[in-house]
Ligand binder design. Structure first.
Ligand SMILES: Cc1cc2nc3c(=O)[nH]c(=O)nc-3n(C[C@H](O)[C@H](O)[C@H](O)COP(=O)(O)OP(=O)(O)OC[C@H]3O[C@@H](n4cnc5c(N)ncnc54)[C@H](O)[C@@H]3O)c2cc1C
Length: 407
């Protein structure tokens, strides 16, 4: 099933990219069980993404990339998510490391000096990906209120001659040990740390002073290998900056849909769970006896419920993508929170319903459904827009205008 549904208006480029992702998908699906069991990084999948030119998906065309905007990225990501959730989720970290300094940054205000500096720096990052096949990660989380957007990052960058010295710790760094560069959010070291001074720095994976620590044995999304990173006096040059000083803060305030990019993975998982359930109930799952279970009215009602949830989710997903732009109106911002919430919660609900309906044999580890179920459980936990924080933001922003108080 096409992630947008049949007859959805797509550009020729979007159709071509979806087809490319679809052509890689079956091999990703075949490897997913092993990566999940081992909790190992999907290296073969990345080699194939590289060969297909998809590592440069969100690199602008003028830097020899595929020039995908947020909408195009999201439908490609959802397509990958149908086949391997962990590959799609880690691909999000990489692709958005290109999208934010690329298409999104073009919409932001910069002085001409900042624009020139950014152009110089991003050309270096884009060339590493397009020419050398480098992979970028996005370790932001620290286990504090920072990743929720409520406090400055505790990881700091101190100005030194020709560059920056980074100190701190990141938790849940997907692609840990596999990324060539880690796009780290940190705060410029000043007497008082401020969110306005957030810096976005690409630290090479082999930089002296950087270590990958801790183990990784989670419930779901196991192949993301999201271990911890410690930065001890790590020196990076000026061109490590992926956005000029102050611009990340502006992006987070003015381009809210930048935080919806984890959701397409889970949209893909929801579609995969629905499709599996239909195949299973029709007795068409490879390697299973061809026993049909579709004639029971209770199964039919459950499939109808799954389909309704899936269509509700997809409708909001596609509408949210249409809204995505700099300075969206308040209604579009609230809809983006609602879409994120709905995709993350419904993906898990559809997986749960699929297991309940298909029955005991469907949750054996030899079949993909139990992995889809475990992976889907992670969606609502992803900062900065966890399911809880989406509710929090919708309630507050619906009732208060910016700066309004009850005093
Ligand atoms: C599979 C997986 C991969 C991940 N990959 C990455 C990655 O590549 N990069 C990265 O940066 N992070 C990544 N994360 C981390 C993720 O985004 C969260 O940071 C992490 O799940 C937070 O865990 P915690 O227990 O520290 O949450 P806590 O900060 O303890 O929060 C627990 C819950 O409380 C709520 N909450 C948190 N802060 C506030 C607040 N200020 N106000 C109100 N409610 C709040 C939220 O609902 C949150 O879910 C990944 C997580 C998972 C599960």
């Amino acid at each position: 099933m096409n992630v947008c549904g049949a007859n959805y208006p797509l550009t020729a480029k979007q159709r071509e990219l979806i087809e490319l992702a679809e052509s890689l998908g079956p091999a990703f699906a075949a490897r997913a069980e092993r990566y999940d069991r081992e909790a190992s990084f999907p290296r073969e999948n990345y080699a194939e993404l590289r060969t297909a030119g998809l590592l440069g998906l969100c690199v602008p065309e003028k830097f020899d990339g595929r020039g995908a905007d947020l909408r195009t990225y999201s439908i490609v990501s959802a397509t990958l998510g149908k086949y391997c959730g962990a590959t799609a989720l880690t691909f999000n970290m990489h692709a958005c490391s290109m999208l934010w300094p690329g298409a999104l940054a073009d919409d932001l205000d910069m002085t001409s000096a900042q624009r020139a500096e950014h152009e110089k720096h991003r050309a270096i990052h884009f060339a590493r990906v397009v020419k050398d096949g480098a992979i970028y990660a996005q370790p932001f989380s620290e286990g504090s209120a920072a990743a929720a957007g409520r406090a400055p990052f505790g990881t700091t960058a101190t100005r030194v001659e020709g560059g920056w010295r980074i100190n701190g710790k990141k938790i849940f760094a997907s692609l840990a040990g596999a990324a060539h560069y880690y796009g780290v959010l940190c705060t410029e070291a000043k007497p008082e740390l401020s969110m306005r001074d957030t810096l976005y720095m690409a630290v090479p994976g082999d930089a002296p002073g950087l270590s990958v620590v801790g183990d990784w044995d989670p419930l779901g999304m196991r192949a993301t290998v999201s271990r911890n990173l410690v930065f001890k006096d790590v020196l990076v040059p000026d061109e490590a900056q992926m956005m000029p000083r102050g611009v990340y803060f502006q992006a987070a305030s003015r381009w809210p849909h930048m935080f919806t990019t984890l959701a397409p993975t889970y949209m893909g998982i929801a579609i995969a769970a629905y499709e599996f359930a239909v195949k299973y109930l029709r007795g068409e799952v490879e390697g299973m006896p061809p026993v049909k279970r579709r004639m029971y009215p209770t199964k039919q009602v459950a499939v109808a419920e799954m389909w309704i949830k899936l269509e509700q989710t997809r409708a909001l997903f596609l509408r949210m993508l249409e809204d995505a732009r700099v300075d969206p109106p308040k209604e579009a911002r609230l809809r983006a929170y609602a879409a994120q919430y709905t995709i993350m919660e419904n993906a898990n609900a559809i997986c749960a319903l699929a297991i309940r309906t298909c029955g005991g044999q469907s949750m054996l580890k030899s079949l993909p459904l139990e992995r889809l179920y475990r992976d889907s459980r992670c969606g609502a936990l992803m900062l900065p827009w966890t399911a809880e924080l989406c509710l929090d933001r919708i309630g507050r922003e619906a009732l208060y205008e910016p700066g309004e108080t009850d005093d």
